[in-house]
Design a protein. Structure first.
Length: 100
């Protein structure tokens, strides 16, 4: 059955029961109450991530993460005299201090 046949059948059935005047309002009230009653993962993400939509907060978050990454990277870099060993250890499995 294609769409035009279905449309003809539905139109021929007619509308026997009129909808109440506030039908649309009742539908939206039920939708709102059901979504408020069961907050899902999407609403949690919306609450957590919505402050990042503000440019000042987003810029502060980016700067904080950049500073944190630079700080951790500076603390984890090898000492100047060990840079050759560190490179060999990162490339070669035989250059690790555990195999010596």
């Amino acid at each position: 059955m294609n769409d035009s046949e279905l449309d003809k059948i539905l139109l021929s059935a007619g509308n026997e029961l009129p909808l109440p005047p506030d039908f649309g309002r009742q539908v939206w009230r039920r939708i709102e109450s059901s979504s408020a009653a069961s907050p899902g993962l999407a609403s949690w993400f919306e609450k957590v991530l919505s402050p990042l939509a503000k440019p000042a907060v987003a810029a502060a978050a980016i700067l904080t993460m950049t500073a944190l990454g630079l700080g951790l990277g500076a603390g984890l870099k090898p000492r100047q005299e060990d840079w050759k060993e560190a490179y060999v250890e990162s490339v070669s499995p035989f250059g690790s201090p555990h195999s010596r």
